[in-house]
Ligand binder design. Structure first.
Ligand code: 5GP
Length: 202
């Protein structure tokens, strides 16, 4: 593939049978929990493992949660045109590996990418058939509460995530679907029903 040649990439991906779902939403909206619930009911769906320069958190497994890279390694992947998209989110960089997406879509697999809004916009531009879903917290105060409860970030990082959340919420209208995560079971059922209907359509 010619580096940066978008039309080639869209052409290659356009004839694929698999569906590409992009799920976004502010930190603390509950994307991760919802996705793991979806996987229990739709086990054939694959979730992309992104590359990131962020530090590993307690409980995360390299190669499963993320591919944890140094800045130098991430730069090299950009130079080698290995990313479908990448973006700076909060204070680190995150990127989706192009080969993984292309290979699985070509095999007819349905995929989930969990991306920030910049990544979602970029994927929609390159793969117009992708389906964008935004997960919303029930309220600002609930979002703050959930972020503080997670204890995975320090105060500075929580404030940065809240600021990013405000910017992400402004862009929610570009998404095909919006789901309010007020109740985990209800939100999970809504997400599964959207995904099932899109997977089953011609
Ligand atoms: P976290 O540090 O909490 O794991 O993720 C922070 C944010 O980065 C989340 O909003 C997540 O959706 C986003 N993110 C994770 N992987 C990627 C990626 O490959 N590309 C983009 N653009 N965003 C990502």
């Amino acid at each position: 593939m010619v580096p940066g040649n978008k039309s080639n990439l869209s052409r290659n991906l356009a004839k694929d049978k698999g569906k590409l779902f992009v799920i976004s939403g502010p930190s603390g909206a509950g994307k991760g929990t919802l996705i793991s619930q979806v996987l229990k009911e739709l086990p054939d769906i694959k979730v992309s493992v992104s590359a990131t320069t962020r530090k590993i958190r307690k409980g995360e497994v390299p190669g499963e949660s993320y591919h944890f890279l140094t800045d130098h390694e991430f730069d090299q992947k950009i130079r080698d045109d290995e990313f479908l998209e990448w973006a700076k989110v909060h204070s680190s960089r995150y990127g989706t590996l192009k080969k993984w997406v292309r290979d699985l879509l070509e095999k007819g697999k349905n995929l989930i990418l969990e991306l920030d809004v910049q990544g979602a916009l970029s994927v929609k531009e390159k793969i117009p058939s992708s389906i964008l879903i935004f997960i919303l917290p029930p309220s600002d105060s609930e979002l703050i509460k959930r972020l503080q409860k997670r204890e995975t970030e320090d105060k500075g990082e929580i404030n940065l995530r809240l600021k990013t959340a405000q910017n992400e919420l402004k862009l929610q209208d570009i998404y095909d679907y919006k789901i309010i995560n007020d109740d985990l079971d209800r939100a999970k059922n809504e997400l599964i029903s959207i995904m099932r209907s899109r997977i089953n359509e011609e």
